[in-house]
Design a protein around this ligand. Sequence first.
Ligand code: PLP
Length: 461
Amino acid sequence: MFLPSAVAVVLDRTDRRSLPIQIADHLRADIRSGQAAVGLRLPSSRKLAAELHVARGVVERAYEQLIAEGWLATAQGSGTFVAEAPSPVVTPIVKAAKTTEPALSRVELRPGVPWTPPRATAAWRRAWRDVGVLPPPFKDPDPAGDFELRSALSQLLARARGMSVEPERIVITSGATHGLGLALSALRSPDAVLALEDPGYRSAASAAVASGWSLFDVPVDAHGLRVDILEQSSQNVRGVYVTPSHQYPTGGLLPVSRRNQLIDFARARDVLLFEDDYDSEFRYDVAPLPALAQLAPDRVVYLGTVAKTLGSGIRLGWLVAPAELVERITAHRKSIGDFPSVPLQRALLSLLRDGEWDRAVRTARRRYRERDRSVENALSRFGELRGLGAGMHTTLMLDASVAEAVASEALRRGVEVPTVGESARTHTQPGGLVIGYGRVDAADLEYALEVIGDCLEDHPR
Ligand SMILES: Cc1ncc(COP(=O)(O)O)c(C=O)c1O
């Protein structure tokens, strides 16, 4: 005997309420109106989930909510049924799982969108109050950036990354991508080719093309860039863009031996390495490996960003380069009137000085470590997971067509998960699913992983 209208629950994926809340609201209304009489047995969560095309956990969360409110009860052997006397609302379990944001019916697993701890948000406001007491800056700033900020960043790089960098070798940028484009424009030469990871960070490719460079797509393996393929190439490679600490998007960690191989290649062919260290703050297993910029400071333009710590809307980052390149980059920058904003730089300086940056990283790291484990627990049985233990995304490697099919099916069920294919230009196999968990709360992640798991079960791999 099943609740007659249960199968008529209409889920609206554009509704701002989450799916469990929509189901709970629907069932509650049925009980209130008497349509679902006391003692009526509900379908099992598995059955209702199948009828509604949602993960079982979604229905379980709705049932748990109504049990907590007193509308439903469970008993050994008789499943879940409408309770004798519904009591007034008690603990809102489903809502309690949410933090400050309203429940969205679509869960978006975007890589690289960070979570900002509440204390960091408060510190950010305080930093702007510090900036607000300064008079408006009336002249063009130093094109290399505020010297005090560069000094604070030199200390940050020393304590967080073990790098020894004088402030004079640091240039403040509007983010890692801007820093890359700036350096590539300043250093362009006729017929210069930039080798880059494929799949890789697409904006890096676009920035290179906009700066007048041609591209050479180099495949990656479980460790990252295939340096052997680079070595065999006859292209006029003048630069290599690489994400050695957490290959984007497939997650490889370039071992020290391959880092050295890459540096040897760069020295032998007079090539510059562009090292994008976009999320190295977040490492949960092994200690970070030495940056290329530390191993070969004369060969590397190192790119850092606030995007993964405070958010990509801030548009602030830094690059570290050999001294003579810093001169060329800042001269080019001045010539095109591209200066870093003074107040923005002072706000970051304030956060670095009062220890809030380090604190925010430590707090977020704890949260991401948990999320990283949830992804591992839920998905490791489906295939190779790359990029575990680092950053804020993990990649499940799959045949590209399976990844596309699973992503479409998951989207139909309200979970948006990017594929590796979106980041591939030439090398489209293997593909995979990029599970970004930075800003996703635990309950939504659990739900999304369940949906993805369900979709994977349905696909031959
Ligand atoms: C590999 C990589 N580098 C850099 C960035 C962002 O850098 P920024 O916003 O500082 O340009 C991202 C963001 O998604 C990224 O994936």
